[in-house]
Ligand binder design. Structure first.
Ligand code: DGY
Length: 326
């Protein structure tokens, strides 16, 4: 029997290839560090049965129609805004993803960015590298303390919950959240309060973004929202860069509408090295490393491989976005 061919669009953890090969698949893996070019991916995917891709791959209507023969596509990420889900569903292609694999890893980055931003850590570290340490300065570069402050979470799912737990445990912060659905667990365990978006924005000392990028959340943090935030507020985004308007964020920090920002995601990615955010005292930027732990990345590889293997073995995709196609 000929083996089913799976295209891996990036260099994924070895576990993915190992599991797929052990299960009898032929793995065709892109072996360069940069993402596979769009047209090349279409050409190669045309010769394959399944695709294991990630957030740097544009899986739009054109791609999906060119590769409508694919039995399954699975995404190495929890977010799937790079995939046209409606089109995939129309074409009856199941889309897998990796929910919950990176909850702790991403919450650590959000929590770390919050502290690093409050204490200007990246900026101060750069001063040392620039030979500008000087001497102990009693009034220079003072930061903020977080104890007893109010954390506002946009999108209180599991990553948001892990962030809220850290903030409650470390700083006894009050937790506000804005969500489509109520999070009873967070209300019971952390005394979290569900509020409307306006209240979240105006009453939080730290806003941490943990929602998906959708037409509703695209650019939701813009000038008018930054204007409503506290002038002492921190804006933390570890979800998707498209959720904030970067120009408005730069202006908001420059004109003092908000105090600072910690970003693990930018728009576009990669961020241009001349972006003014990179030299701002109250800003810390990371290159989208929320899930970059050995544990999380192996779990993401495991979930993707499991989706493909289960699909061919039992027509089941354990971690699926569009279950209606099965
Ligand atoms: C995701 O999973 O969506 C992250 O952004 C990358 O791991």
């Amino acid at each position: 029997m000929t083996k089913k061919k799976v295209l891996l669009s990036r260099i994924f953890p070895k576990l993915a290839t190992q599991l797929l090969e052990e299960a009898g698949f032929e793995v065709i893996a892109w072996d360069k560090e940069n993402p596979m070019p769009y047209t090349e991916m279409i050409t190669v995917a045309k010769e394959c049965d399944a695709l294991f891709c990630t957030l740097t791959d544009k899986i739009d209507a054109n791609f999906l129609n060119a590769c409508s023969h694919l039995d399954i596509i699975t995404q190495f990420a929890v977010g799937y805004d790079n995939i046209d889900i409606d089109e995939a569903t129309k074409l009856r292609i199941p889309i897998g993803y990796a929910p919950n694999a990176m909850n702790e890893a991403t919450a650590d980055i959000a929590f770390g960015l919050m502290i690093a931003t409050a204490r200007k850590m990246f900026f101060m570290n750069q001063k040392i590298k620039d030979g500008k340490w000087g001497s102990f300065d009693p009034v220079g570069h003072l930061g903020l303390e977080l104890k007893g402050k109010t954390l506002g979470i946009l999108g209180l799912g599991r990553i948001g919950m892990s962030m809220a737990q850290r903030c409650k445990g470390a700083y006894n912060m009050d937790i506000l959240y804005h969500n489509r659905s109520q999070n009873k667990k967070a209300e019971e365990a952390l005394d979290a309060k569900r509020v409307d978006f306006e209240t979240l924005v105006s009453q939080s000392d730290v806003i941490s973004v943990h929602c998906a990028l959708t037409p509703d959340t695209k650019g939701i943090f813009n000038k008018s929202v930054f204007d409503k935030m506290k002038s002492t507020a921190l804006f933390i985004n570890t979800a998707r860069g498209g959720i904030h308007n970067e120009e408005d964020l730069i202006n908001a920090i420059q004109n003092g509408s908000i105090w600072g920002a910690g970003l693990d995601v930018t728009n576009p990615e990669p961020m241009h090295p001349n972006n003014p955010l990179l030299n701002m005292e109250n800003v810390c930027v990371l290159p989208h490393i929320g899930s970059a732990t050995v544990t999380a990345r192996n779990e993401m590889a495991l979930m993707g491989a499991t989706n493909i293997i289960s699909f061919y073995k039992e027509r089941r995709v354990p971690f699926i976005v569009n279950s209606e196609v099965l």
